[in-house]
Design a protein around this ligand. Structure first.
Ligand code: 0X9
Ligand code: ZN
Length: 535
């Protein structure tokens, strides 16, 4: 008897081990193209230093100061270290509920009667889950009383005051452009900051008056029906919830198993804490195809981004045969979570974490802003050398395993990358290079045209208004972004897309917004696909 079970178990394990790579194996001609001797589609055509390359794009910015100085006002404090909040900068992640319950489950009492065992295990697990959930809540950074204000910066003196408050670590900037800033006011500072604003007669709107309440309401658990549906579907993604990394990766693997002729998944490297950086490729295998690379989740707290990128994947994968030719004739590469350590950390410890989780040398603070770590004009404006800043650029370009893996993959793949889209939040912007300074590439007019057509499609589909422009012109200069690096590699249609909303919820966008945001973004992506095929 035991021998038979042993044999079954042995067969199950060997099948799982050996069949998984086979399931992911694409038919000849449909494999992922390696670089080898294939000519790269993006031999640098762009001189990085040529003066005619720079045009003064936004000389009419209504900043109080020159943009170059202004960014030092706006962004080094873009959520600088949250002080007075206990676990904000913990370097070792806290033990999560899962880890805890697993440890205890390992020591379950030995009950002989199967029904009893099942009941007791269930009850025991329920108790554990409840206790673990409470513990998890206690372990998380608590934002009770923190507020988010929208402040117009048109009036002179506003930026100076914001700079002062920021330097005293009372506020941080969530988002903003040249006419407004969304200001995160730390819980202990609300009174003082209110007084300072009143004294200087500066108006503001309180957009979020208790951030923790919003966080608590943001991502409610699924109801029983949804959970049963998940089991039947073979993966757990729902777009009715923000999912943990495990669910996202499980979904990618499920698609590769289900559609092996067109879909495959590959880990292109590991994060600092050892999580996979999983890229899913969808392709009909035609050698003439152009390729598009799409990523999400560079910034940990921007949860709508991985949710949207996985929504795209689902649409293309599940309806590939019925898709329009413009979609079918592109090789799609998706990396939904560029920063998996940060993403998990936002679920387990600090909902507002932005960077990755690699401790800085000296370990005084953790994390590098991956969108300041790419090797194009690295270390320029809008990037900080202070490891405790939320826009820390890292010790050198590509110092982080996540940014390095992404760049190496794009460089070492012979795919004909014609577009690079990186999804962020929030603000509703479609941004093209350059980000490092107020200058634009020679083909900025065509980028502007494509961006505007995408924005039109988005508006037509879901009604949201996206602003289009160069990222330094529309937002602020910030060097070391993945977009600038991709454009520097010669990838024609390079955009950063800042998804919704425009600040009502900011990063804490309720789950009911996922499908509307993703659906309208998909309309924009379809427009991009048309331009890619025409190029
Ligand atoms: O600052 C960023 O990294 C992006 N905005 S976010 O609010 N999602 O953090 C904008 C990046 C635009 N691109 C470059 N500056 N290169
Ligand atoms: Zn971002």
């Amino acid at each position: 008897m035991e021998l038979r079970y042993g044999l079954v178990a042995f067969l199950a394990v060997t099948t799982a081990v050996f069949a998984t790579p086979l399931l992911n194996e694409l038919p000849p001609g449909k494999e992922w193209p390696e670089r080898l001797s294939v000519k790269q589609p993006y031999e640098p055509e762009i001189p990085t230093e040529s003066p005619e390359y720079y045009s003064t794009f936004s000389s009419d910015l209504s900043f109080d100061e020159k943009p170059s100085e202004n960014i030092n006002e706006i962004l080094p404090a873009l959520n600088e270290k949250v002080e007075n909040i206990e676990v904000a900068d913990r370097i070792t992640p806290p033990v999560t509920n899962v880890e805890k319950s697993e440890t205890i489950n390992g020591n379950l009492p030995n009950v002989n009667d199967k029904a009893d065992q099942k009941r007791e295990t269930n009850e025991f697990q329920k108790d554990l889950l409840g206790a673990a959930k409470d513990a998890e809540k206690e372990n998380k950074v608590n934002y009770s009383g923190a507020q988010v204000w929208k402040v117009s910066t048109e009036k002179s003196g506003v930026r100076t005051l914001l700079g002062r408050l920021r330097r005293r670590n009372l506020i941080a900037t969530w988002s903003g452009n040249h006419s407004y800033v969304d200001v995160f006011v730390k819980p202990h500072a609300v009174e003082n900051v209110t007084r300072a604003f009143k004294r200087e007669n500066i108006e503001y709107d309180i957009v979020i008056d208790d951030l923790q309440k919003r966080i608590d309401e943001e991502n409610p658990p699924l109801d029983q029906n949804e959970i049963e549906l998940q089991d039947r579907r073979g993966h757990r993604m729902t777009w009715k919830q923000y999912h943990r990394l495990e669910d996202i990766h499980g979904f990618l693997d499920y698609l590769a198993k289900t559609y092996p002729a067109i879909i495959s998944v590959r880990s292109i490297g590991k994060s600092f804490e050892g999580r996979d950086l999983k890229v899913l490729r969808i392709s009909n295998g035609q050698p003439s195809n152009k390729a598009v690379f799409i990523d999400g989740g560079i910034h940990a707290r921007e949860w709508i981004s991985p949710a949207t990128v996985t929504y795209f994947i689902n649409q293309f994968a599940e309806n590939f045969d019925d898709e329009e030719d413009d979609i079918r004739n592109i090789d799609w590469y998706f990396l939904p979570v560029v920063n998996p350590d940060g993403y998990e950390y936002t679920h387990t410890a600090d909902r507002l974490w932005r960077k990755n989780r690699k401790p800085a040398v000296g370990r005084q603070c953790a994390g590098t802003d991956l969108n300041r770590n790419f090797g194009y004009r690295w270390g320029g404006k809008g990037a900080s050398a202070n490891p405790c800043s939320d826009i820390f650029r890292g010790n050198r370009m590509f110092s982080e395993p996540e940014s390095k893996a992404l760049a190496d993959f794009i460089k070492n793949t012979a795919a004909n990358f014609t577009a690079y889209l990186t999804y962020h939040s929030y603000g509703q912007y479609i941004l093209y290079p350059w980000g490092y300074d107020n200058v634009v590439p020679p083909d900025h007019q065509s980028l502007d045209e494509v961006g505007k057509s995408m924005a039109d499609a988005i508006k037509e589909t879901g009604g949201s208004k996206y602003t289009v422009g160069s990222s330094s012109g529309v937002l602020y200069p910030a060097a070391g972004g993945s977009d600038d690096w991709a454009k520097g590699q010669g990838i024609k249609y390079t955009f950063t897309i800042e998804l919704g909303d425009t600040g009502q919820y900011g990063f804490i966008l309720p789950t009911s917004h996922i499908v509307p945001v993703a659906k309208e973004s998909l309309a924009g992506l379809r427009v991009l696909a048309r331009y890619v095929n025409k190029y």
